[in-house]
Design a protein around this ligand. Structure first.
Ligand code: ZN
Length: 303
């Protein structure tokens, strides 16, 4: 049995997964107000899992951020409760059990390898497009994290080939300007629509409006597709992955997988097959399903 945990500011989830990949136990709970309360919540639930199930491998934890290798502290812009905390060490001490921590993007990359197999795709780049944006890289059976834990941290690179109007006043949550995340997160899409119309609409509603033929929503979608295309051109130039998988809420939009590769000829010197870009989805309705799968399988790939 393996155990995966996903921590986010809105909800925390835990799953115990058997050898066939089925969830034999899952539990979600609202986050506590303090870090020590969060640790207590996790400790009590995970001890229950250790008592009830035969979990010998390390627990895996998916977080909105990454663990800084030199300090063991979590760097997180979207989850202040765990930011600058030594989450892995604290959980290990509380549980007397090994723990591995990785970003949402890194866990999606592991899920792509462990759930979808993809044995003929040595290099995988997975991208989580949600409230926050981050990537993960698997080469053969190894999750790359790097000496600083930053491998795949795509969201806070600068948007490539920016137009003049994209360079002004685009303050990212990290404090700098022009980061990819600022433009292609759910909030980024919503912000763009607001700039065009003066009205605030959620990203999910903008996608729906574009499907019904709304011209402004369609324009906002075309812009975000071009931006993701530019960002992925940079990934292809550096890594040339065999496959790029997009998960998260924005991956529900089918049009991304047709329109993004169409723009690549403007940004990539060589011809790149459009079929390397695919959605990362499962039939399971739980939004955390793939993140939990990836977290639980970190023990097999984070060597
Ligand atoms: Zn940033």
């Amino acid at each position: 049995m393996k155990c995966g945990i996903r921590l986010s500011p809105c909800e925390n989830s835990i799953a115990v997964i058997n050898h066939d990949g089925d969830f034999v136990y899952s539990f979600s709970f609202k986050p506590a107000d303090t870090y020590s309360e969060l640790l207590f919540q996790l400790e009590s639930t995970l001890k229950h899992c250790l008592d009830k199930y035969d979990i010998l491998l390390p627990f895996g934890v998916s977080v909105k951020g990454h663990e800084t290798t030199s300090t063991g502290m979590i760097a997180s812009l979207h989850h202040p409760l765990i930011a600058q905390k030594t989450l892995r060490r604290d959980l290990q001490a509380a549980l007397n059990h090994s723990v591995i921590v990785a970003s949402d993007g890194q866990c999606l990359a592991v899920a792509a390898r462990s759930v979808l197999q993809l044995d003929n795709k040595p290099t995988i780049f997975a991208l989580s497009l949600d409230q926050s944006v981050c990537g993960g890289i698997i080469v053969y059976d190894k999750l790359l994290s790097g000496p600083h834990g930053l491998a795949g941290d795509w969201g806070h690179l600068s948007l490539p080939w920016p137009a003049d109007y994209e360079l002004e006043g685009r303050k990212c949550v990290c404090g700098r300007t022009g980061c990819i995340e600022h433009f292609v997160s759910l909030e980024g899409l919503s912000h763009d629509y607001e700039l065009l119309t003066g009205k605030k609409l959620t990203a999910e509603n903008i996608i729906k409006q574009a499907e019904t033929g709304d011209i402004v929503a369609e324009s906002a979608m075309q812009v975000i597709e071009d931006r993701i295309s530019r960002g992925l051109a940079m990934v292809i130039g550096l890594l040339d992955p065999d496959i790029i998988l997009i998960g998260g809420i924005l991956a529900k939009s089918e049009r991304l997988f047709t329109n993004i590769p169409r723009k690549w000829p403007w940004y990539i010197r060589s011809s790149v097959n459009s079929d390397i870009l695919v959605p990362l989805r499962t039939s399971n309705p739980c939004p955390d399903h793939l993140y939990l799968h990836g977290a639980a399988h970190l023990c097999c790939y984070a060597k």
